[in-house]
Write a protein that binds this ligand. Structure first.
Ligand SMILES: [Zn+2]
Length: 369
């Protein structure tokens, strides 16, 4: 397998900018042997960035798997195992065409849709510009009321993360799973002037390390010090080192939770009597809990009790009459960009480049396109 740095060079050298700028997101498999695609000025072509699109000649295209293999569109066989659709509204002044939303498998989506034959199944993939994708997801990743410099830092982190996922999936039919699609279209009503401005102001900017996009993890709040990538996510990366963060001063960084003895016994899968924190990471987060001779990975305990209930691994736990009382700081895994910390730094007048340099030390900001 090629190293990521080689993949980036390959991507930049051999494909037009348009390919770098698009994301392919799975819409899932079609149930049944046929899927219908519709939209104004419906066109279809090969599944490539440079492909020519021709008119379908109908408002709807029915794509079917042929008995002997291959695909057909409205009864006519096509070449290859994938077909791409787009809807175009043409202005009366010749030459100006705008891409319009499509309906595919009962859902309305932006950009283009690919129907792909995967074994005997039909797979739907949404192809949309990376910048449109970012404008749609930014509002569900960070409160839109946050200062613009914090939103810009988030936009760069999200762009870098998406591009890194794309490189990781190089050569695969899609880069992200269908749960991401829910974020895109679920977040469309949160798209507003501020998220658009943050994405536009940082267009094409990504964080790199040794010429490859970094793994730009982010989280809501670290509680005062970020966690290393190794401790939080088993990603031992030079730019995911613990740094101090001003979010610890915020009341919102503090949380507590009550867990009954029965719930704790069930989560541990052993008796909770004498429960204690058995090991902590260098930043003070709990890495292991123990009771008697048995112990459990703290991340696993957090997963079993619920991520929204046990908001972080930065906690103390005490026995009380009702069971166990957790008091903690921060929300999330704690690695990379701390969103509440970014808000504090932006409120203090720091720009997004300083914010990114703080949370991803050693990473370089590059203009990719
Ligand atoms: Zn923080």
């Amino acid at each position: 397998m090629l190293r990521p740095v080689a993949l980036l060079a390959l991507l930049l050298a051999s494909t037009p900018a348009a390919a770098v700028e698009t994301m392919r997101i799975s819409m899932g498999d079609v149930e049944g042997a046929e899927v219908r695609i519709s939209g104004p000025g419906l066109r279809f072509g090969g599944d490539s960035e440079e492909g020519d699109f021709v008119r379908v000649g109908a408002a709807e295209a029915r794509v079917r798997r042929r008995g002997g293999g291959g695909l057909e569109v409205n009864g006519a066989p096509i070449l290859g195992d994938a077909v791409r659709f787009r809807a175009e509204t043409e202005s009366p002044d010749a030459g100006v065409a705008e891409v319009a939303p499509l309906r595919a498998g009962g859902r309305e989506v932006r950009g283009e849709v690919v129907v792909r034959l995967a074994g005997t199944r039909l797979q739907l993939i949404n192809v949309l510009p990376l910048e449109d994708y970012l404008a749609a997801v930014l509002g569900s990743e960070m409160p839109v009321s946050f200062p613009l410099e914090a939103l810009k830092a988030q936009a760069v982190a999200a762009r870098t993360y998406a591009l890194q996922k794309k490189l990781e999936a190089y050569g695969s039919p899609f880069h992200m799973g269908s749960s991401v699609l829910h974020q895109v279209y679920g977040g469309m009503d949160r798209e507003d002037a501020r998220t658009r401005a943050a994405v536009a102001a940082t267009r094409g900017q990504v964080l790199t390390y040794e010429l490859a996009p970094i793994e730009a993890y982010f989280h809501a709040s670290c509680g005062g010090r970020t966690e290393s990538g190794a401790a939080a996510l088993q990603r031992d990366l030079p730019y995911l080192k613990p740094v101090d963060c001003p979010c610890g001063e915020l009341p919102a960084s503090h949380w507590s939770a009550q867990v009954s003895t029965a719930e704790m016994d069930a989560a541990l899968r052993f008796a909770s009597a004498g429960l204690r924190t058995a090991a902590r990471t260098a930043t003070g987060r709990v890495s292991r809990v123990a009771a008697g001779a048995r112990s459990l990975d703290a991340a696993q305990l957090r997963q079993r009790l619920g991520y929204t209930r046990i908001k972080s691994l930065s906690f103390d736990v005490e026995r009380n009459a009702q069971g166990f009382r957790f008091t903690g700081r921060g929300y999330g895994h704690g690695a990379g960009l701390c969103q509440w910390g970014a808000k504090v730094l932006a409120d203090r007048g720091q720009g997004y480049k300083d914010i990114l340099a703080h949370y991803y030390p050693g990473a370089e900001l590059q203009q990719l396109y």
